[in-house]
Every structure is written in C-alpha cells, then in structure tokens.
Design a protein around this ligand. Sequence first.
Ligand SMILES: [Zn+2]
Length: 295
Amino acid sequence: MAKPLSASKMVEILRAEGLTVHEVRSWRTHNRNSKGAWGPVNGVMIHHTVTKGTESSVSICYNGYSGLPGPLCHGVIDKKGEIHLVGNGRANHAGLGDSDVLRAVINESALPHDNEADTDGNARFYGFECINLGDGKDPWPEAQKEAIERVSAAICRHHGWSERSVIGHKEWQPGKTDPRGFTMDGMRKRIAQRLKGGGGGEPKPDPKPAPKPKLEPFPGGGFFHTGQKSPIITAMGRRLVAEGCGRYEEGPSPEWTEADRRSYAAWQQKLGFKGKDADGIPGKVSWDKLRVPGV
Ligand SMILES: [Zn+2]
C-alpha cells in the first residue's frame, strides 16, 4: 500500500533505471480521477495492446475509444523498449478483478487463480501496455521484455515492493489473456534479479564489482617469536579459530604465545604437514592457504 508516484518522480525513477522515456502531450494531468479513486497503490499490471505500430498504439492508449475513454494505462512500452507516458492518475486499464488476487499482491504471497471480478483495479495498479498483437505469434523483442523488467523493478524499488507486486492482466481479471507470449513467472524472476542488483539483460551503466578482500602477505618465519605483538597475529588467530584449529584458552590476542603456536600446528596438521613442518611456526605455504585478511 503506497501513495502513488508523482509525474516527475515517475519520470525520474524510470530514467534512473536506464529507460528512454517520452512524455506524451498532457499526460501529467491526464487521468480518470473524476470517476473514482486513485491509490493507495499496491502493484504494477502488465498488458498487451492488441495493436501494432508505435504512434497509433500510443494514441489509442492516450485517447481511449468510444465506450472506454483514455488514458488506458500509465505508460506504453514499445517494441524498441522505449516508454511513452500517457497517464498520471486513475487510468482505464485493470477493470474489475479478483479481491483474493489483490490480497495476495498486498501480502506478496502466491497468487490464487482469478475467478471473481469484484474489485476496482484501476485505483490500485499502475498499468503498462506493451505493443503486441497478442496472437501468440507477434514476437516480443528482448529490448521490450527488458523494458518491462526495468519499469517494474523501478516502481517496486521505489515503493519497497518485491517482484510479487507485479502481475499480468490475465492474473487479475477472469477472461483476460494478456500479456501473451512470455510467462509472468519468468518476468517476475527477471524483476527479482534486477531488484537484487543483477539485471536480466545488459549490465547496468556502472556496475561496481565488489572489491576483493585483501589478504595479509606472509610476514616471514622470523616474525613469529615470543614477545612479538601485532594485529596480524590476532587476525591469524581468528582465521585459525574459524578453521576449527583454535587452541586458545582466551583470545586470540596480538601477542604471539604458545597457544598461537599450538593452534597453528593444528592448522598445519589439518593441511597434512607432519613433524617439523607442523611445528606451529607459520610457513609461506600454510599461511597463504589460511587466507588471513589484511590488517
Ligand atoms: Zn489488459
């Protein structure tokens, strides 16, 4: 449940998601608010237009037709994956649908089969019409599917929703078949990936790979002697404990002690070293294998 996005915020979050956004005519004040409620909003609904051609499809979605005045959605997603915003507020896209489905969307739980038309969806859902004939043959270009993913993820992220807040018209209103040509479960998976930071299509503009943890280089065998104090020894001890080789009564601490030597010997034995090679004084091979984080 959320307060609907303002027009400016909608444009902002869609562009931030890497989308090309076209603002159509007076879309910012174009709505059906005089006919009923708009909000609180609970989800995003995906449709296909049963039309072809970007210009005429956008025009129909803006104007509507006799018997069903526009806007017929909030945005049209064309075959190139560009977004044409046609409405801001209540729009004639969802119609009456199933209150059990709405409850599932609100709870972000598994969707029940839609078998009732008892609830006004136009108040509750953002609607996106995707240009497609809906005949099962008209292809869905990857750019268009990626745009559906991006639009949905942008809105879900803004409202703090998961991918489960995105449904198809056919999952809402009995008798509807849209969208046809891909599965909503598959699309929700893509949206979930994107929300996690993945993105199903091409990488985001500035992927920042997580920095690799730096490891502490082997300080040399002579470093480890009674009286030596260093945070490296604490870091080493923590790794030994993590490897199940801790022989500490308390600690580990920065000061090299017999407990460190006995713990390190346990690590060497774990690696298969024997005799003098398992004397508890670190050597380069066992040190590198221990992967002590840099201090
Ligand atoms: Zn529809």
